[in-house]
Ligand binder design. Structure first.
Ligand code: EPU
Length: 302
């Protein structure tokens, strides 16, 4: 979708929003899949309510993009524009055990920065790609840790009220790879309360998790992490592996031969290829195990 109306373009500049025409979503997602659309980079989140009013009044559909690391975007000319926050500097400010973090901050860099200041708790999440906002929205987790455990306060643009609001932890529910945020809420900032721990100890934990990750996940390849959520008490990856589906492919979309719940883009996979592979694997698991796998990856259809 192209924003070409000169009045809208002028208003975007007034709202401190940078308009980038024909951005390729394959460059903005870890899967390296996705068509093109206009990208609106928001430099000051205070302008969000006005920006969304502008888009709604002019019937411009939109989607919010975080780090693009858990996302499968459709092919071709996309029928909505993409909004993305520009990271502020500094994006993490510490105050005792509290870390005030910008939603656009890189998750791994934030964890490292806190660790260097003797604040731990999230060691297992260090290798999880993406932004803090993206991790928060889906309550990202790994090795028994999840970000929601540490969130005390979240600043967000709430689609329901069309305002910027601050929610306290008791107003948010964080579950396994799921939160009570609405799909069109936009995370802006979070206050995390992290336990004190000496850097050396945190580093040891980080090394152990990194080692486990390196030995079991296809880190060098384009993927969106795990494609399916784990059903209660079972590993989706193990079930797919037991069916002998590692290496199964549709075009360049392929079930990783390292971890069967990672589907990789082994070249120039299209969204259509990846979607057919997901549907095929889901059907086979349903047939053999009677288990209906739910997507962890978020799909934005064209
Ligand atoms: N397994 C296999 N074959 C495979 C993959 C796994 O047999 O191809 C077996 C493993 O050997 C192990 C069990 O299944 O006995 C569990 O595997 P793993 O420890 O890799 O955990 P997982 O359940 O597959 C989850 C998260 C990962 C997270 C790891 C480590 C989900 C959907 N996945 O994977 O998160 O990194 O635990 O905590 O919850 C993600 O969410 O994108 C993600 C990568």
């Amino acid at each position: 979708m192209r924003v070409s109306d000169s009045k809208i373009v002028a208003k975007l500049a007034e709202l401190n929003v940078e308009l980038q025409h024909s951005a390729s979503l394959s460059d903005l997602t870890s899967l390296g899949i996705g068509g093109t659309t206009d990208l609106l980079r928001i430099k000051s989140h205070e302008s969000l309510p006005d920006l969304l009013n502008l888009l709604d009044t002019n019937h411009v559909p939109h989607r919010f993009l975080g780090g693009g690391s858990n996302l499968l975007v459709g092919d071709g000319d996309l029928p909505w524009v993409v909004l993305q926050l520009v990271r502020s500097e500094p994006d993490v400010v510490l105050d005792g055990n509290l870390a005030h973090v910008d939603a656009a901050a890189d998750l791994g860099r934030m964890i490292t920065f806190c660790a260097k200041n003797d604040l731990g708790g999230m060691d297992g999440l260090i290798g999880v790609p993406g932004t803090v906002g993206g991790a928060l929205r889906m309550n990202a987790g790994a090795y028994g840790m999840q970000i929601g455990t540490y969130a005390r306060e979240v600043k967000l643009y709430r689609a329901a009220t069309r305002r910027i609001e601050v929610l306290r932890d008791h107003q948010i529910s964080f579950e396994y790879r799921h939160t009570s945020f609405a799909p069109d809420d936009m995370m802006l900032a979070v206050i995390l309360e992290l336990p004190s721990k000496p850097y050396k100890e945190i580093l040891q934990g980080i090394r152990i998790c990194n080692e486990k990750r390196r030995s079991s996940q296809p880190l060098g390849q384009k993927s969106a992490g795990c494609i399916f959520k784990n059903p209660p008490g079972v590993s989706a990856g193990r079930m797919i592996d037991e069916l002998g589906l590692k290496g199964l492919s549709v075009g360049d979309a392929q079930v990783s031969d390292r971890h069967a719940n990672f589907f990789v883009n082994a070249g120039h996979a299209s969204a259509k290829d990846m979607q057919s592979l997901i549907a095929d694997v889901r059907e086979r698991v349903q047939k053999s195990f009677g288990v209906s796998l739910e997507n962890e990856v978020v799909v934005w259809n064209a």
